[in-house]
Design a protein around this ligand. Structure first.
Ligand code: GMT
Length: 378
């Protein structure tokens, strides 16, 4: 097995979002394994946390020259990537989310003139939403075709990328992962009392409140569950649909049963408070939050969109229904919450599946193998 120490540049969206979380966690794990990791982003990735040996951060500053109506962030990023690659003698750039990162990496590679390798990880909406945009699709195809390796976080995303962009290139499957040292069932007995009474169940939804998450369905499912099982709904995160959701909760007379906690850092702690996670998305290439819940022993009830069925085994680690079928999803939640034996079995199956299939050690090793392969060192 190859153990060469690599110099890796990572670019991602550093603020809230699954792709940024995965990129940052991967960088931390690679650094722990002795690789030198250089984050090249517009701000410090929010999950980076404390000081880490082997991790370096290079801030992209946008040129705000007065003739620019729109400051060209993409060009500043490409230039910074090339500069860091030359200065630090990087072996490769690993970019997360195709737009604009894979395009910038392609430009940076051209600028360096050296044998810098580019690995692009597709995360979801970079293909499933932006791939439909004619002003971007040719650019995304170019960036994918010119990458030295392309990975995607589910089989479903690989299929959609091939079909939508007419791409034949090899795309490696690298599922998202969770760090087992962070995501495990926490003892949160005291804290839970602040959110729900002992006789109430706690239902959780965490997202960036984008329309694809179908937050209205979350409220509808909860309302149906609450008619039969006394419950509270906890929302974590924020985004474009937040105000609409607050209005809907008010209109449905549920204000005293719904908590909006905003962005939270300690997601494993929050998840451990909950009995069920809801993920009724319209599009979801993977659903990292459902994996985080699974690793904490919390089953997810959600939709069959995109890659969710690859993550959640229907009837074993959660339940899935057609997109928009809030009645069926509510019935599944009620079944779980009213049947303690079923719940225990499902919770145990969640822990086992998260550890076996989506463990950090396994997926980090898969990424390393891809790096060594493109560098011709496997
Ligand atoms: O669009 C989003 O929900 C954000 C996006 C991101 O950049 O974080 O999420 C995508 O990537 C995550 C990490 O790989 C996946 O877990 C999400 O399923 C995916 N979101 C969608 O496909 C909608």
């Amino acid at each position: 097995m190859n153990s060469d120490r690599l110099k890796i540049g990572i670019t991602c969206y550093p603020s809230l979002g699954g792709s940024g979380v995965v990129a940052t966690e991967l960088g931390k794990l690679l650094a722990e394994k002795g690789h030198e990791v250089h984050f090249i982003t517009h701000s410090v990735p929010f999950r980076l946390g404390k000081f880490h040996k082997n991790i370096f951060y290079h801030e992209v500053e946008v040129n705000d020259y007065y003739v620019f109506k729109y400051p060209p962030y993409d060009l500043s990023l490409a230039s910074k990537m090339a500069q860091v690659a030359k200065m630090e003698k990087l072996d490769l750039l690993h970019v997360h989310y195709a737009v604009p990162h894979a395009v910038c990496a392609f430009l940076a590679k051209e600028m360096t003139g050296c044998d810098l390798k580019v690995i692009t990880t597709l995360h979801g909406t970079d293909i499933t939403v932006l791939g439909h945009d004619e002003s971007l699709s040719d650019l995304i195809r170019l960036a994918i075709e010119r990458s030295d390796a392309v990975t995607a976080v589910s089989q479903d995303l690989i299929r959609e990328t091939r079909e939508l962009l007419d791409i034949n290139k090899q795309i490696d499957l690298t599922y998202n992962f969770v760090d087992k040292r962070v995501y495990y069932p926490r003892d949160v007995g005291m804290l839970r009392r602040d959110y729900a009474r002992p006789d109430e169940k706690l239902i959780l939804h965490i997202s960036n409140f984008r329309p694809v998450k179908r937050i209205g369905d979350v409220v509808d499912i909860f309302a149906k569950v609450n008619e039969e099982v006394p419950s509270k709904l906890l929302f974590v995160g924020e985004g474009p649909e937040l105000s609409k959701t607050i209005c809907k909760v008010k209109e449905m007379g549920l204000t005293d049963r719904v908590i909006f906690a905003g962005k939270q850092d300690d997601v494993a702690q929050v998840i451990s408070l909950a009995d069920v996670m809801l993920l009724p998305s319209e599009k979801e290439s993977f659903g990292l939050v459902a994996l985080e819940a699974m690793a904490c022993g919390v089953p997810t009830v959600g939709s069959t969109a995109g890659g969710i069925p690859e993550l959640i085994t229907h009837g074993t680690t959660g339940y899935l229904a057609q997109i928009g079928d809030t009645r069926q999803m509510a019935d599944y939640v009620i079944r779980l919450l009213c049947n303690p034996e079923l719940y225990e079995a499902m919770s145990a199956a969640c822990l086992e599946r998260a550890r076996k299939t989506f463990c950090n050690d396994l997926i980090t090793a898969q990424y390393e193998q891809i790096y060594y392969r493109v560098l011709g060192r496997s």
